[in-house]
Design a protein around this ligand. Structure first.
Ligand code: GSH
Length: 220
């Protein structure tokens, strides 16, 4: 651990890790990123996140902070002197932002995962419907705004935009067109991709698809 005061334990395809990488880049905070092998977790990961044993973990001055959305909030508070602010300053709007980030965590990850982990047929049709319904709720919340909380890119955008690199995989597995179902949401994702923090963080969707194929084989 000697040397770096800001260390991120991460894996390249993790949407949760991407949230933290985007937040750091937005704030221009330098950190050391360490790639974890989740099949063979490092002793440091097990020591720093003994409860969930998951990445991402931010280690700041030797102390761990776990859970991606909590890490993003921590980054915003710790480096508040560095623009841009990621959460709104108004308490009501902050609560709203946290609500939508929580919705994304509770709904999108599982719904998306079910598309590629369920077999074709009734079960997958149900998974696809559930996923599209959740995406439509998000599209409704976005409305005509450029970003989720209004004019500027922030916390809710960071919570959701990493999933954009999984859209291609979900479309291939589920034989769906997310753009057809949710055109405004895809336009929002493309707008986010114009930011360096997002375009430099999100991996190639084809690479993510290959990764998901491998994972699907392993899970049988
Ligand atoms: N709610 C957590 C967060 O937001 O940080 C989810 C983190 C998570 O699921 N991480 C996965 C992981 O470390 C990688 S994408 N999995 C290892 C395992 O489950 O053993």
């Amino acid at each position: 651990m000697a040397g770096s005061e800001v260390v991120l334990l991460d894996t390249w395809a993790s949407v949760f890790g991407m949230r933290v990488r985007i937040a750091f880049m937005e704030k221009s905070v330098h950190y050391e990123r360490r790639e974890e092998d989740l099949i063979n977790k490092s002793p440091l990961l097990l020591q720093m996140n003994p409860v969930h044993k998951k990445i991402p973990v931010l280690i700041h001055h030797g102390k761990p902070i776990c859970e991606s959305n909590i890490i993003v909030q921590y980054i915003d508070e710790t480096w508040q002197n560095k623009p841009p602010p990621l959460l709104p300053s108004d308490p009501y709007l902050r609560a709203q932002a946290r609500f939508w980030a929580d919705f994304i965590d509770k709904k999108i990850y599982d719904a998306g995962r079910k598309i590629w982990s369920t077999k074709l047929g009734e079960e997958q049709e149900k998974a696809k419907k559930e996923f599209i319904d959740c995406m439509k709720v998000l599209e409704g919340q976005l409305g005509e705004k450029p970003y989720f909380m209004g004019e500027s890119f922030g916390y809710v955008d960071i919570a959701l935009v990493p999933f954009y690199c999984w859209f291609y995989a979900w479309e291939k597995f589920g034989n769906i067109s997310i753009e057809k179902e949710c055109p405004k949401l895809v336009a929002w994702a493309k707008r986010c991709m114009e930011r360096e923090s997002v375009s430099k963080t999100l991996p190639d969707p084809h690479k993510v698809y290959e990764f998901a194929l491998e994972l699907q084989k392993k899970l049988g």
